[in-house]
Ligand binder design. Structure first.
Ligand SMILES: Cc1cc2nc3c(=O)[nH]c(=O)nc-3n(C[C@H](O)[C@H](O)[C@H](O)COP(=O)(O)OP(=O)(O)OC[C@H]3O[C@@H](n4cnc5c(N)ncnc54)[C@H](O)[C@@H]3O)c2cc1C
Length: 254
């Protein structure tokens, strides 16, 4: 060991997320596994190759929104991602037919997890424990978010398409049932941060110049330096961190 820095790997957090999936067999314009869907996708491939247009130009998460889980919240604490397909288990599970999905994720979670070494062998994968929903407040916000999402999906503009929520979530009606559904199905929306937190406390890892405390010539430049997760997607803020770091490294070299 060169330097014992106990904060490394601590304070991991992420936007915990849960998905409601709606079956809408008549919406064959959307992505889905069916004969009509396959024909449209093959057509889409040719359209894309020839004209750079058509259904393959989608980013799949075609709509989103930031909302407050209660009117008294000062800023939005939840984010929706609306996806034009039936997304089960991050798309790893094959689902037949057409439909759409909506995610709700918690923007400012209080729960903190950790990344730890699993063994002294550096080739072994680390242990990652997101410790989602450890704080009661995180769960309460997610339950409110789940109900808001269901209300949104039930509005006339979408209800007209005759969609039906898949039974896995549809059976969750009371707050207790919704909480259980979230505990069973809540997962990452791929925004982990915080495990090399910037700050000047004993559990912080890098300083404001992203230099690792107690070492020379070592910086961490990635999403892990965020002391608290941003209230939105993490890619652009990470690029901003990297650009700022590049400026600081260049300035230090002169
Ligand atoms: C499936 C998915 C979808 C996402 N969608 C969005 C989105 O729509 N919008 C958004 O804002 N954010 C999104 N994100 C989050 C965003 O991608 C991340 O917040 C961002 O990429 C974090 O940047 P990073 O530099 O910290 O890590 P990364 O982008 O993961 O970069 C880490 C790099 O280190 C390299 N690396 C790893 N180990 C080694 C090693 N041993 N030696 C050398 N190199 C190594 C990896 O190859 C990689 O290039 C998504 C993430 C995922 C996984």
């Amino acid at each position: 060991m060169v330097h014992d820095l106990p904060g490394v790997g601590e304070h991991l957090h992420d936007h915990v997320d849960v998905v409601q999936v709606v079956d809408a067999p008549d919406l064959t314009d959307l992505f889905g596994l069916s004969m009509a869907g396959m024909v449209r996708t093959v057509k889409g491939i040719f359209e894309w190759r020839k004209h750079r247009r058509g259904m393959l130009t989608t980013n799949f998460a075609e709509a989103g929104g930031f909302v407050r889980s209660r009117p008294e919240e000062p800023v939005p604490d939840l984010q929706f991602h609306f996806v034009i397909g039936k997304l089960v288990d991050h798309g790893r599970k094959t689902v037949f037919g057409h439909g759409y999905s909506c995610h709700v994720c918690l923007l400012r979670p209080q729960s903190r997890g950790r990344v730890q070494l699993a063994s002294a062998d550096p080739m072994q994968p680390p242990q990652v424990d997101p410790n989602f929903l450890a704080e009661r407040d995180d769960m309460d916000r997610m339950v409110r978010g789940f109900k808001l999402m269901r209300r949104l999906l039930g509005q006339p503009a979408l209800a007209g398409y005759g969609g039906r929520e898949l039974p896995a979530s549809a059976i969750a009606q009371t707050d207790e049932e919704i909480e259980q559904f979230i505990r069973n199905h809540g997962d990452t929306i791929y925004h982990p941060v915080g495990s090399c937190r910037m700050g000047n406390g004993p559990m912080d890892v890098v300083d404001a110049q992203l230099r690792v405390h107690g070492t020379e010539g070592l910086r961490v430049v990635d999403a892990s330096v965020m002391p608290r997760i941003v209230g939105g997607n993490t890619n652009a803020p990470t690029i901003m961190i990297a650009e700022k770091a590049a400026d600081m490294i260049r300035a230090a070299a002169h």
